[in-house]
Design a protein. Structure first.
Length: 105
């Protein structure tokens, strides 16, 4: 957005955009944590992690990329992924089946 368009925004919108920019600039994109906390040696032993989860969308991207791995300039390919039509119904059925099984606790 050109500076002239930014200046034409209402003051509240300009302030919100600036605040968002300041916040986003403080986040390290490699791990999504605030840089000031991530680089604080006093917090070195405080970091923990959850059990990893599989990103199925990323897996679909990797599978698509494998189809072009032997071509020249593989970086030029863009892979568009999405959920198959009717996914909501199939997901609801899986959730219902899972909830129908009694807990073994």
């Amino acid at each position: 957005m050109p500076l002239s368009q930014f200046r034409a925004l209402p003051e509240t919108d300009r302030l919100m955009a600036l605040a968002l920019t300041i916040h986003e600039d403080s986040i390290d994109p490699s791990h999504g944590q605030r840089r000031d906390l991530a680089l604080d040696p006093d917090l070195a032993d405080e970091w923990t992690h959850m059990t990893p989860v599989k990103d199925y969308a990323a897996e679909a991207m990797a599978v698509a990329a494998d189809t072009r791995k032997d071509e020249k300039h593989t970086q030029v390919w863009r892979y568009v992924i999405g959920l198959r039509e009717g996914w909501e119904t199939r997901k609801a059925a899986k959730v219902a089946a899972r909830e129908a099984v009694p807990d073994e606790d």
